[in-house]
Design a protein around this ligand. Structure first.
Ligand code: G3P
Ligand code: CA
Length: 282
């Protein structure tokens, strides 16, 4: 009798296990697999020509326009929160004045990050990297740029700690102009996809340097005005990918297509299918 009851329990356990697997599989379906084939479109600072850069509205617009990725810039606040904003200071994009690192998160949240773009966006808040991921992970790819890491000791650990909570690392890429920061990120979690941003002053890149960069980075990203076809081919030969950024210049974007780059980081987001500027509603 005892053995039969044991078998029943085993079968019930197995059944529950299968159901759980099916449920997890089903839930997995709601995670959008980022399509990395063909030309990748990245909404630069969100769709920054349509809404205030690096805000929820801007990232949502990038998603609505059908971009494959949204790109956002990250700094650290005084109290160690990862803040999504482009500049070291809040002056250009908000109604505040001063360096991001001198504000606490609470203080940053009181600033208006919308009006400097257009009065329709009055009250738009600065967001954290956590908020960005909570809203957009699973809906679109997320390209996170670590800005000025030398100003923020420990920022690499904080970024990796947050990203460790997410399973689909195909849909997340970390980029920076700082090779040092990126190598640290790679050491902390070798599964994270890395993109090295190339400074104009460091081109052309030697073969030895390209070997080094492609040993830890999946993407080598250039300003389009700073790239030639030979460089794209050399990176492809090393199984690397190339993204280029050009905020809005259609001619430069066409040049990138001709060079065979893997993707484009642009404020247009759905270029060339929509008009490239915000038009206020009547
Ligand atoms: O993604 C590349 C690009 O974002 C780098 O320039 O100044 O817009 O952060 P910036
Ligand atoms: Ca950026």
């Amino acid at each position: 009798m005892k053995i039969k009851w044991g078998k029943k329990r085993l079968m019930a356990g197995g059944l529950i296990g299968v159901c759980l697997l099916l449920l997890v599989g089903y839930m997995g379906q709601s995670i959008k697999r980022v399509d990395l084939e063909g030309m990748i479109t990245v909404a630069h600072r969100g769709a920054a020509n349509f809404a205030p850069e690096n805000t929820m509205s801007s990232f949502q617009k990038g998603l609505d326009l059908g971009a494959d990725f949204i790109e956002g810039d990250v700094h650290l606040s005084k109290d160690g929160e990862l803040i999504v904003i482009h500049d070291e200071s809040v002056d250009r994009t908000t109604n505040g004045k001063g360096l991001v690192k001198n504000f606490t998160l609470d203080e940053l949240k009181k600033l208006d990050a919308g009006t400097s773009f257009h009065s329709d966006f009055e009250g738009e808040a600065i967001i954290t990297l956590n908020e960005l991921l909570e809203e957009f992970y699973g809906k679109i790819g997320i390209l996170i740029e670590i800005k000025n890491p030398s100003l923020y000791p420990g920022i690499e650990e904080k970024v990796v700690e947050i990203l460790d909570q997410y399973n689909d690392l195909q849909s997340i890429v970390v980029q920076s102009f700082s090779e040092h920061a990126l190598k640290k990120i790679h050491e902390l979690n070798p599964k994270l996809q890395i993109a090295v941003l190339i400074e104009t002053s460091t081109t052309p890149i030697s073969s030895k340097k390209l070997n080094d960069l492609t040993s830890f980075a999946t993407y080598i990203n250039f300003n389009i005005s700073n790239l030639n076809k030979r460089m794209v081919d050399e990176i492809h030969q090393r199984e690397g990918k190339v993204l280029v950024w050009s905020k809005t210049d259609p001619k430069l974007i066409q040049k990138a297509f001709r060079y065979g780059v893997d993707g484009i980081i642009t404020d247009f987001s759905s270029w060339p299918y929509l008009p490239p500027v915000y038009v206020a509603e009547e």
